[in-house]
Write a protein that binds this ligand. Structure first.
Ligand SMILES: [Fe+2]
Ligand SMILES: [Fe+2]
Length: 268
């Protein structure tokens, strides 16, 4: 990779070489690239917050997490559990005469990862409460220390575990689920399913996710001309592409990327 994000927490094989990025793997890399990018920023943001956990920064982190990261990642696991994987599993079993199916461990991982997503939510909420307790005249040094303890003893270790588990989970899907899709489905079937999923996002979901995915796809695209990122862009329905160009990308840069990168910069 030729950009400054080359220190991203990558999967074992990420970024994949061009020859591996066929239609089946590409479909999975669309959401996964954004999740990997988001996890990297979550980690950096938490490190930054540890350096300067004032109330304003804690609120920025809580709101970024709740309104952006949580929404995206939770939605991704949800779509896989409710739409994508039941569809893949059903036809894989039928077409393989019951010799192949999605490994059950993947569903169990979704449960663990979702619990961790909820724990972050609770912890960031608690952190803001602790920092707000200073408004009652409590000595700054006391609540600041409580906040730092929560960050260092709960949130940071949770993040380390979450990033490791999620990275392994994404690797596992890219290896196992993609292999089933490649073997038992056609590119047309897959593309129809992806269109259904994009439509299920609604306008709010599309606004949140499409600019983020676009950036992620660029980072994980091994080609100098960003062939795969452009390919992804061309699959976005035209009306959504118009919104993306005119306003969603700017809003993403200000409210999502800008906020979490700003927190991350505190740790440098
Ligand atoms: Fe998943
Ligand atoms: Fe996934």
């Amino acid at each position: 990779m030729s950009n400054s994000n080359s220190t991203l927490i990558l999967g074992k094989e990420n970024p994949y070489p061009e020859e591996k990025l066929d239609w089946a793997l590409m479909a999975m890399m669309v959401p996964h690239s954004a999740i990997r990018l988001g996890m990297h920023r979550l980690e950096k943001g938490i490190d930054g917050l540890i350096s300067d956990p004032n109330l304003k920064n804690c609120k920025l982190m809580r709101d970024w997490y709740n309104n952006h990261f949580y929404q995206f990642v939770h939605h991704h696991h949800d779509i896989e559990e409710k739409i994508l994987f039941p569809w893949v599993d059903k036809y894989t079993k039928e077409r393989s005469q019951n010799t192949k199916s999605i490994p059950p461990a993947i569903g169990a991982e979704h449960k663990d990862l979702t619990e961790m997503l909820e724990k972050f939510k609770t912890d960031f909420g608690k952190l803001v409460e602790i920092m707000e307790s200073g408004k009652d005249g409590k000595a700054y040094v006391t609540y600041e220390q409580d906040g730092k303890n929560l960050l260092n003893n709960e949130i940071k270790p949770l993040c380390t575990k979450f990033v490791a588990l999620t990275s392994g989970h994404l690797d596992g899907e890219e290896l196992n689920v993609v292999a089933l899709i490649r073997e038992y489905f056609t590119p047309e079937e897959e593309s129809k399913q992806m269109t259904k999923i994009i439509q299920s996002l609604g306008l709010g979901g599309a606004k949140l996710m499409l600019p983020w995915i676009y950036e992620g796809m660029g980072i994980f695209d091994p080609t100098p001309e960003k062939k795969f990122q452009k390919m992804y862009n061309s699959t976005i329905p035209v009306p959504l592409r118009v919104f993306l160009g005119c306003c969603w990308t700017g809003s993403y840069k200000r409210n999502n990327k800008g906020v979490i990168d700003g927190l991350g910069a505190l740790g440098k």
